[in-house]
Ligand binder design. Sequence first.
Ligand code: GRF
Length: 220
Amino acid sequence: MARLRVGVLISGRGSNLQALIDPAAAPAYPAEIVLVISNRPEAQGLAHAARTGIAHRPIAHSERALFATEANAALRQSGVELVALAGFMRILDTSFVEAWRDRLVNIHPSLLPAFPGLHPQRQALAAGVRFSGCTVHFVRPEVDTGPIIAQAVVPVHPDDDEKRLAARILAAEHRLYPMAVRLFAEGRLRIRGNVVEVGGMPTVDGALFNPPEALASAGG
Ligand code: GRF
């Protein structure tokens, strides 16, 4: 069966890009990365694409609309069916977001709608939450909004700093993003308003506690 053709937009390190490239090495994975675009020519992530023989190109227009036009043309030329933002640090022109509506996804390192925008891990620490995590969502014109596809939760530890929390969330991102792309590729997502229904999704049960319940039952 033909695999879903995915284009990835990056700005930097590209560890999420790598996490999307890796499972696609298995022919059974229903998606493949066919084009990587970076708005920064020096982005480390471009090397991941080069190593794997994936078409890649920098598009470094400072003008938002010009970037949108050129990126759009390149993605269409490559027959891209889904665009995945992976650490793409520029706000996209509304024309681009609308052109790819419901075929444009993003990963954000918080449990949206909490902590949108910059430094979400720092925001989580400042708010004193006991859990944070990451979210894959369809993109809408307002930053870090849009129907949520999947989330992963990680605990916040008492001795966390921004770096430690970011690393714990990032490890979850690398598992969540390929899963979300797989669900899209398998045609299992239906968007109803702001809610995404996932076909054949089993119910997740139980509650996580932080501090753990055992702390109280031990009389500590
Ligand atoms: C990730 O935490 C992603 O969620 C956020 O930016 C970071 C990018 O990391 N949007 P990488 O470039 O994928 O390593």
